[in-house]
Design a protein around this ligand. Structure first.
Ligand code: GLV
Length: 308
């Protein structure tokens, strides 16, 4: 059996997979040119960022393990008879820590303190506590659920929004995507962990933003499609939401000329809230390969209809 790993850094994947499949031929490729000689005979593809058009040139391909959580780039391009799996669970810890790193820093005034230090100014900065504030988590998959769990640990009231009612046990109140306006209007911090699907396209628009609370924070670690960026720029200029932390954008890299870069209440990170623990993704990938080889059900099988 032949396996191809297409990623920026392939060595740790190749090693982890080889342990599970000692007899398989496993190749790593960081570019299309490196992948080229292996396309024809590959049965299993582990990939992040592979140009989807290459799938059509892989006649023996049976399974694609996407090395990320969101499969929007590949789901529409993967033929129906090929199993597509995504990573579930491996990003929950780092991404929820990223979310709370910012929520705490913004509420407690850490960026302001740093600025005062630079200016040699001794001034007390006193921000509100997260305890008692209301957190809204849109998208209650493995990552959103962990954000909700941490929110509760910080003493926040947690509201959740998802297309299926998973709210009961992890949230104090559950909303459906059609209720986004009321959901967003009721929370002090709105965290988006939504997959990119036609249903989430522009789900946060001018109307939703206008209804957000005074002093509220918007965080997006899901996909850039969820927010109408033009509307967000206008909303941030008006101060509702008061602040935004954006890890994902309509276009990435965020274009140099985007006004978001210079808005003082916008905090940008370069789509890096998740992959700081590649070890966990390797472990996930190797376990799924073990399941594949032993004919057991794999984890993270993508539902083509849902898109995730
Ligand atoms: C990263 O954005 C991912 O989907 O894993």
């Amino acid at each position: 059996m032949q396996i191809l790993v297409y990623a920026q850094e392939t060595q740790s994947y190749v090693e982890a997979l080889q342990e599970v499949a000692p007899h398989a031929k496993i190749f790593g490729a960081a570019t299309l040119t490196e992948a080229e000689p292996h396309l024809e005979d590959t049965e299993v593809l582990f990939a992040w960022g592979v140009p989807p058009a290459v799938l059509a040139r892989m006649p023996r391909l049976r399974w694609v393990q996407w090395l990320g959580a969101g499969v929007d780039l590949i789901v529409g391009q993967t033929p129906d008879d090929i199993t597509l799996t995504r990573v579930v669970g491996a990003f929950s810890t780092v991404m929820s820590e990223h979310v709370f790193a910012y929520l705490l820093a913004l509420r407690r005034g850490i960026f302001e303190m740093r600025q005062l230090q630079r200016e040699h100014v001794w001034r007390r900065v006193i921000g509100p506590s997260l305890r008692g504030q209301r957190l809204g988590v849109a998208g209650l998959g493995s990552i959103g659920s962990e954000v909700a769990r941490l929110g509760r640990a910080f003493g926040m009231e947690v509201w959740g929004l998802s297309r299926t009612d998973r709210g009961g046990e992890i949230c104090d109140r559950h909303f459906l995507p059609t209720e986004m306006r009321d959901f967003a209007a009721g929370v002090d911090a709105l965290v988006l962990v939504l997959p990119a699907t036609p249903e989430t396209d522009g789900i946060v628009d001018a109307e939703v933003l206008a209804g957000m609370r005074e002093g509220s924070i918007l965080v997006n670690v899901g996909r850039g499609n969820a927010i109408v960026e033009r509307d967000l720029i206008a909303a941030l200029r008006r101060g509702r939401p008061a602040m935004a932390q954006l890890d994902v954008f309509e276009r990435e890299p965020l274009p140099e000329e985007s006004p978001l870069w210079d808005l003082p209440n916008c905090y940008i990170s370069a789509h890096c809230s998740g992959p700081s623990e590649p070890r966990l993704v390797c472990t996930f990938a190797a376990e799924n390969l073990r399941r594949y080889l032993q004919g057991e059900p794999m984890v993270g099988i993508v539902d083509r209809e849902r898109g995730y």
